[in-house]
Ligand binder design. Structure first.
Ligand code: HEC
Length: 158
């Protein structure tokens, strides 16, 4: 019995070592442009800080990578989150979105955060700074409301 356990352990460890060489996802770190929501809308420090701490790791072109992002299979999961997250919403490309899209995304931002779907709960466990407080949620909602009102005005003018 002891022998079997030993073999299982060896196979597991060998497997872990081998997968490190299979696929090393490329890290993303593109320069910040004027299309970034923080630049584009000249967000204040609090709003910028909130988005950066809680959302930018999956919804921007400048994710921060923890040390374990170098280790498969965690590295694959992280890369997948970043890929899907940016497909849905990329704050670094905010300035390229149509008014309609911006409005829709802002609506979703509040929904997702209020329902506790975003930031992803597993991520929050590992990143305490991404845990959005009641006050931060209120600030986010007030900002979204104000921003959506601006977009509505913009659309009327079109
Ligand atoms: C750990 C990665 C991660 C973080 C951090 C994160 N998201 Fe996401 N987000 C995703 C992924 C992956 C998707 C796409 C799949 C899904 O909807 O679950 C997504 C989807 C979304 C969507 C689109 C939902 C839809 O169904 O259309 C919105 C809006 C969103 N996130 C907002 C946010 C906001 C706001 C924050 C910060 C408060 C945030 N996310 C933080 C990974 C993340």
């Amino acid at each position: 019995m002891k022998k079997i356990l030993k073999y299982v352990l060896i196979v597991l460890v060998a497997g872990l070592v081998i997968i490190q060489f299979i696929n090393r996802p490329e890290k993303i770190n593109d320069p910040v442009t004027e299309n970034d929501i923080i630049e584009n809308l000249q967000l204040n420090t609090e709003m910028a800080g909130l988005l950066k701490a809680a959302c930018y790791d999956c919804h921007s072109n400048q994710p921060r990578y923890p040390w374990y992002a170098n280790i498969a299979p965690v590295s694959w999961t992280i890369a997948e989150h970043i890929e899907h997250g940016r497909d849905e919403l990329n704050f670094s490309e905010w300035g390229t979105y149509s008014a309609r899209r911006r409005d829709h995304k802002l609506e979703e931002v509040v929904e997702e955060v209020e329902e506790g779907h975003m930031p992803l709960p597993n991520y929050v466990k590992m990143h305490r700074e991404a845990d959005i407080s009641e006050e931060q949620l209120e600030m986010l909602k007030a900002w979204v409301q104000q921003e959506r009102a601006k977009i509505a005005q913009e659309q009327e003018g079109e």
